[in-house]
Write a protein that binds this ligand. Structure first.
Ligand code: BGC
Length: 759
């Protein structure tokens, strides 16, 4: 339908009809207006599968939804660092939506992992905005290529479950831009989600649903978003204010209560009807976009999609440790131990919970390779040690050459709705690992969890495979990796700190009352650990492979550039091992010297490539201004400080293998507001200003002290040259009066300030 046709349709609607169109008809549908032939449109959770509910509706995953395929959750898909693969996953989901008549799948969930204990981290992508934005963007592109919409959520700064419907994320402007808006910015600009979901929380005191600055000025004005914004389920606070701020659709509905407020507000003139019209137009645009892209004949094949889920899962598992133990060979006597070997934890709890039709455990799939012995070892229903289970596990382990332990986090600990108390695994599982390690020296741990855990047993085990929550086919993918059919190629999209207390948000998480101050600023995840040079368990970007990659020949097509130019970076990567494998080539940028306090390394691009043994590929990156910029709060814009930058190629944020320098010159001067309180250093940092100021800076007192002939001066003895220079550097202009021996007057200084401010 053209824009003109949509407008025409809206013009035929009554005020009441328009208001009802701005809230859900029920839990999962938009309103239909039969009189005008406007159809209802169904939205459904995901995002890593279809949670289509027919009768009993809820937003917490309590009631059953239709049987569907559960793909790896966000924690895993992000670890794949494979945009094309996740696009494929999106296209498969779209086909399922088409077959089920679902117009919009509610995801990707792409909030930044500020704290490792946020209950929904398993759904989210990364601590890094580039990874979150790129991987969410890939899913959006994939789904929408099938004519189905997405809802990038939860916009904005919804980084914890504790008091999630009322808390205020208090964040400074630079941090919001660089980290929290950053993730959404790249996804919105590159992939154009049809809808956005406004989150429950407040941001700096104002409900996310009422934030005109973000919902309208930034999202639409700056980033070009052209779909509709819907509320998270039950997030509406002040419906009329929200409509004016750009929050178009209330979900699910308030049974007509808020629609009445909209009608009243238009009638009494507090809401311009044009605002309502615009919201309805936006909603109808998407309703009809789906109608026009309907594929009523779409069929979905649960088995084929299950195989696709296995293929994706193979790339979502990160090999964290391998002391010559993996891959396993089928001739060994192998024991699989732990409940998750037979009943894997492959997804999280809450609104993303998929009613999987078919679940493949490692025990199911291992028969493709060999036979193994098994013991359950623990139950994840309660954290108690069951001595009988434990004894059986120890016996089975002692009789095997290799013991593979399947452990992780139970649903009871990790879910939507609440945060974890700490980063610990259940005691009964840690104890099982300890006891098995006493009887078997060849222990491999397979972890099923959606976020980092502490690993007190790490030195005692020979291998660790972080399987994340990798969907219903996870068992197949685990054995494909354990037995070397596939070389692991996933990397950590988040840091695993040694302990929870090391995390930068630790002191301010989850806040006091309803206030959560993001005191760590931009230093989220590796941006913090790397700057502090802290030991971590496993760094951001880390992941082992069964083959080896050699990097060489890093080249930039220029050694200096203006911030309006681009630099092309190439690097050769060779597979020098014996097995085919995939590698994630990571490009970080480091600002060598900066007035602004910045992270050491920031990931600015990545690419995943596949290489046969002996094969070399050249990888190309193109970097523009944003790769070097930080968000300047005077300009309210991105800014590059003139100077040297290092372009670094790394195997993780901590393992930089090649680097080259480039000089970037800013084309923008940051205006400075000078006052009598501006100090000499402020002037020195602005060379143009300093030249003008020099004649006014008559600091005779200090010059006299610095005079080498003045050996007798007691002050000269007490003051080193460095100290004297520092005294001058930090001198405010008003202070010059006291130290110029009467040579500079107040009028001179006022004249100088005026000159500087007119620059
Ligand atoms: C969640 C959303 C979800 C919605 C509908 C909310 O509680 O935060 O992510 O899409 O419910 O189930």
């Amino acid at each position: 339908m053209t824009q003109a046709e949509i407008k025409n349709l809206v013009s035929q609607m009554t005020l009441e009809e328009k208001a009802t169109m701005c809230s859900g008809a029920d839990f999962w549908h938009t309103e239909a207006i039969e009189r005008l032939g406007i159809p209802a449109s169904m939205v459904s959770d995901g995002p890593h599968g279809l949670r289509k509910q027919d009768d009993k509706a809820d937003h917490l995953g309590v009631n059953e939804s239709i049987k569907a395929v559960c793909f790896p959750a966000g924690c895993g898909t992000a670890a794949s660092f494979n945009r094309d693969l996740i696009k494929e996953m999106g296209a498969t989901l779209a086909n399922e939506c088409q077959a089920e008549g679902v117009s919009v799948i509610l995801g990707p969930a792409m909030n930044i992992k500020r704290s490792p204990v946020c209950g929904r981290n398993f759904e989210y992508y990364s601590e890094d905005p580039l990874v979150a934005g790129e991987m969410a963007g890939a899913l959006i592109s994939g789904v929408q290529s099938g004519g189905v919409g997405t809802s990038a959520k939860h916009f904005l700064a919804n980084n914890q479950e504790h008091r999630r419907m009322t808390c205020s994320s208090n964040i400074d402007e630079r941090t919001l831009r660089e980290i929290y808006l950053g993730a959404f910015e790249s996804a919105v600009k590159s992939s154009h989600p049809w809808t956005i979901m406004a989150s429950y929380n407040r941001i700096n005191g104002v409900h996310a649903t009422e934030q005109k600055e973000y919902l309208t000025d930034v999202l639409r004005g700056e980033w070009g978003f052209d779909g509709y914004v819907m509320s998270d389920w039950g997030a509406v606070n002040d419906r009329v204010a929200e409509l004016a701020a750009g929050m178009d659709l209330e979900m699910p509905s308030s049974n007509g209560e808020n629609d009445k407020l909209i009608v009243e507000a238009v009638k009494n003139g507090t809401l311009d009807e044009a605002v309502l019209d615009q919201a309805v137009e936006r909603i109808l645009n998407i309703v009809y976009r789906f109608e026009e892209n309907r594929k009523p004949d779409a069929v979905w094949d649960l088995d084929a999609d299950h195989e696709m889920a296995r293929k994706i899962a193979q790339e979502t598992m990160v090999l964290l440790k391998n002391d010559d133990i993996l891959p396993l060979t089928a001739d060994k006597k192998i024991a699989f131990i732990g409940q998750y070997a037979s009943k894997p934890r492959y997804q999280g709890g809450g609104s993303s919970h998929i009613n999987s039709r078919r679940i493949t455990s490692a025990m199911d799939a291992v028969s493709e390779y060999c036979t193994v012995t098994y013991a359950q070892g623990y139950s994840d229903k309660a954290d108690v040690i069951d001595e009988t289970m434990m004894a059986e596990a120890v016996k089975v382990a002692s009789e095997a050459e290799v013991a593979v332990l399947f452990v992780g986090l139970p649903d009871l600990i990790e879910s939507e709705g609440f945060d974890r108390p700490d980063m610990k695994m259940p005691k009964n599982q840690n104890e099982l690992i300890d006891r098995v390690c006493e009887v078997n020296k060849n222990v491999v741990i397979v972890l099923h969890n959606g976020a980092p855990v502490e690993m007190p047993w790490l030195p005692k085990v020979k291998g660790v495979l972080e399987a994340y929550l990798s969907g219903e086919a996870c068992g197949g993918a685990v054995v494909d990796i354990l037995f070397g059919k596939v070389s692991p190629s996933a990397k950590l999209p988040e840091t695993f700190p040694v302990k929870y207390e090391d995390n930068p948000s630790y002191l301010s998480f989850p806040g006091e009352g309803n206030e959560v101050n993001y005191t760590e600023g931009v230093f989220v995840g590796y941006r913090y650990y790397d700057r502090k040079k802290m030991d971590v368990l496993f760094p951001f970007g880390f992941g082992l492979s069964y083959t080896e990659f050699e990097y060489s020949n890093l080249k930039l097509d220029k050694t200096s550039m203006k911030d309006t130019d681009e630099v092309t970076v190439t690097v050769d990567v060779k597979n020098v091992g014996k097995m085919a494998g995939k590698e994630v080539v990571q490009l970080y940028v480091n600002d060598v010297e900066s007035k602004v306090i910045r992270p050491v390394n920031e990931l600015r691009d990545f690419v995943k490539i596949e290489l046969q043994p002996g094969e070399t590929k050249t990888v190309t990156f193109v970097l523009g201004k944003r790769a070097f910029a930080y968000f300047n709060t005077t300009l309210h814009d991105w800014h590059v400080e003139t100077g040297d930058f290092m372009i670094r190629i790394g195997k993780s944020s901590r393992d930089i293998v090649l680097e080259e320098k480039i000089y970037v010159e800013s084309t923008v001067r940051v205006p400075v507001k000078y006052t009598l309180d501006s100090c000499v250093l402020d002037l020195q940092e602005d060379p143009v200003a300093y030249e003008i100021a020099k004649p006014y800076l008559k600091l005779g007192f200090f010059e006299a002290q610095n005079n080498e002939d003045n050996d007798d001066s007691a002050t000269a003895e007490a003051m080193s040259k460095d100290m004297m220079e520092a005294m001058v550097r930090y001198m405010p202009l008003r202070g010059v009066l006291s130290f110029s021996n009467g040579e500079t007057t107040m009028d001179d200084l006022k004249e100088l300030v005026e000159k500087l401010n007119n620059l």
